[in-house]
Design a binder for this molecule. Structure first.
Ligand code: GRF
Length: 202
């Protein structure tokens, strides 16, 4: 399976996906890393692994539609089977998602459906949660609300700040995303009335 990874920043999740894809029998390869920011640190990390990168700097486009159109035409050339959003800090339009329905995954740093959106760690702490975590889900038109493919939980400690909790969650994100990508790439996940049903192969 050919995968395109979208990043906006450091790309630590992209890096773990890239490393996982280097395993010999891995059912996916990263064909390209796309970023909406030329300053994304992940671009250099991808290039260092020999992965092609493309930048679509948002401010170089007059509006969202033009920005997405440029990305969509690049995707028409690359023809990915899967798109992995990994620290991509921009919402995709309904049109974009429809063009790649069911093929877009995202990792969100909360146990969805709790805490969609931003500042998830502070909100978990403020809510008195004793666990937090991350979710890989299929991207649908609503923000952070598509079928959940996989989740990982971590404890919330009384001494936690948003930063310490974020670091603990990021560690398990790096374990979760490669697992979720493998399940989807090998066809072990099927979508059934809005839920992702996983039947791991033997
Ligand atoms: C992190 O906050 C992570 O929780 C979320 O995106 C942010 C950046 O991740 N998925 P990355 O290091 O750019 O992959």
């Amino acid at each position: 399976k050919r995968v395109v990874v979208f990043i906006s920043g450091g790309g630590s999740n992209m890096l773990t996906l890239a490393r996982a894809c280097e395993a010999p029998d891995w059912p996916a390869e990263i064909a390209c890393v796309i970023s909406d920011k030329a300053s994304a640190g992940g671009l250099a990390k991808a290039a260092a692994l020999g992965i092609p990168t493309r930048v679509f700097e948002r401010k170089e486009f007059p509006d969202k539609a033009a920005h997405e159109a440029a990305i969509l035409s690049a995707l028409d050339e690359i023809r990915p089977d899967l798109i992995c959003l990994a620290g991509y800090m921009r919402l995709l339009s309904a049109d974009f998602i429809r063009r790649h329905e069911g093929r877009i995954l995202n990792i969100h740093p909360s146990l969805l459906p709790l805490f969609p959106g931003l500042h998830t760690h502070q909100r978990a702490i403020d809510a008195g949660m004793k666990i937090a975590g991350c979710s890989v889900h299929v991207v649908t038109e609503g923000m952070d609300e598509g079928p959940i493919v996989a989740q990982a939980a971590v404890p919330v400690l009384a001494t936690d700040t948003a930063e310490t909790l974020a670091a603990r969650v990021l560690t398990v994100e790096h374990q979760l995303y490669p697992l979720a990508l493998r399940l989807v790439a090998e066809g072990s996940v099927r979508l059934e009335d809005g839920r992702a049903v996983t039947t791991p192969s033997a």
